[in-house]
Design a protein around this ligand. Structure first.
Ligand SMILES: NC(=O)c1ccc[n+]([C@@H]2O[C@H](COP(=O)([O-])OP(=O)(O)OC[C@H]3O[C@@H](n4cnc5c(N)ncnc54)[C@H](OP(=O)(O)O)[C@@H]3O)[C@@H](O)[C@H]2O)c1
Length: 311
């Protein structure tokens, strides 16, 4: 038997093809988002969600074989894992090992940094492997945060459906209390929902899975920080900021994110809604240059940016 042990920093592949394979798979080509080995590694990651890393590594049976995960986000497996299973662990284990928890943003965008056309059409920019990755992020998170604009535009469920795993708390930032009662998050009862509104914008009522709260702070970046403080105080340490662009930009500008997963699809939209909008800078000396790992996700590319300790 061979033993694999690693946590890589270079270009790697997640969800199918070699990083050097630039060919486009034919429509309908199978995406290895799920194989018995990938599924076993995913179950191992789910079992690591609540592990106390200060107590030592976590060893799990992979049937056949054994996987040992360590608090520094490295792992070793016996027998050696295939590349796709290894990449799954490499991409996601750092989120579970951060001692203070992890605030992670995600954004699916085109090569030219757009998330929708000018009419708001956006389904789908990313392929199924990237969308499965988003559901894995939700399943590993304690809470998922979206802005009022996303709920108004998409009426999302924000549940975990493409992979097995628990639903996170769904959090909506809606300062003006402008969202109508009929939205899925407020009515479906699929998972708990926290509706955050500014003082005075609170309406009564709602289903039992729904909690409404006032958040007494100034808007924008201060509000982004206050949401994280509120969630941390309630024990939600792993938070996925799913979008949209305004919300994610506020969290990034407020330096409230530990990591950012940019899911880049190989298309050029050329107009329409931009992904990130940050305060302007005059020279590239002021540009952020985070440490970056790159993974293939089917035809898309995941850029995993570590936003703490930037160069
Ligand atoms: N590609 C992706 O990965 C992805 C992911 C999610 C959504 N989307 C798309 O993004 C679009 C929506 O994006 P969006 O930028 O219009 O809306 P958004 O970011 O979902 O919501 C923005 C609104 O949320 C409230 N808000 C959130 N954070 C705030 C803060 N820190 N301070 C103050 N207000 C805050 C404000 O509501 P008020 O204006 O009421 O004050 C703000 O206008 C949709 O088309 C959706 O499909 C794409």
């Amino acid at each position: 038997m061979t033993l694999s042990s690693r946590c890589r920093t270079g270009p790697v592949v997640l969800g199918g093809r070699s990083p050097h394979d630039d060919s486009v798979p034919s429509e309908g080509a199978p995406m290895p988002c799920s194989t018995p080995r990938i599924d076993a590694c995913w179950q191992a990651l789910l079992s690591a969600r609540d592990h106390d890393w200060s107590s030592g590594p976590l060893a799990v049976d992979l049937a056949p074989g054994r996987l040992t995960m360590t608090g520094d986000a490295t792992w070793r497996a016996d027998p050696e894992l295939d590349a796709d299973s290894a990449d799954l662990l490499d991409a996601l284990l750092p989120i579970l090992c951060a001692p203070e928890g992890c605030i992670i943003g995600q954004l699916g965008q085109s090569l030219d940094g757009r998330i929708a056309t000018r009419t708001g059409h956006s389904h789908y920019i990313n392929g199924i492997a990237a969308r499965t990755h988003l559901h894995r992020l939700r399943a590993l998170a304690d809470a998922v945060v979206v802005g009022a604009g996303t709920v108004a535009a998409d009426d999302p469920a924000l549940t975990v459906r493409h992979v097995p795993g628990p639903h996170p708390l769904r959090v909506v930032i809606d300062p003006k209390g402008r969202l109508a009662e009929h939205h899925r998050l407020f009515t479906d009862g699929e998972a708990r929902t926290l509706h955050l509104v500014a003082p005075g914008a609170l309406s009564d009522g709602g289903a039992t899975h729904l909690q409404r709260e006032e958040l007494a702070v100034a808007p924008d970046d201060a509000l982004a920080r206050a949401v994280i403080v509120r969630l941390r105080e309630a024990g939600y340490r792993r938070v996925l900021v799913e979008g949209g662009s305004t919300t994610l930009s506020h969290f990034l500008a407020a330096d409230a994110l530990d990591r950012l997963h940019l899911l880049v699809a190989p298309l050029l939209i050329g107009s329409g809604r931009a992904g990130l909008n940050l305060p302007p800078i005059d020279t590239l000396d002021d540009a952020r240059r985070p440490t970056c790992r790159r993974f293939s996700l089917g035809t898309d590319t995941l850029f995993d940016l570590a936003l703490r300790g930037e160069r």
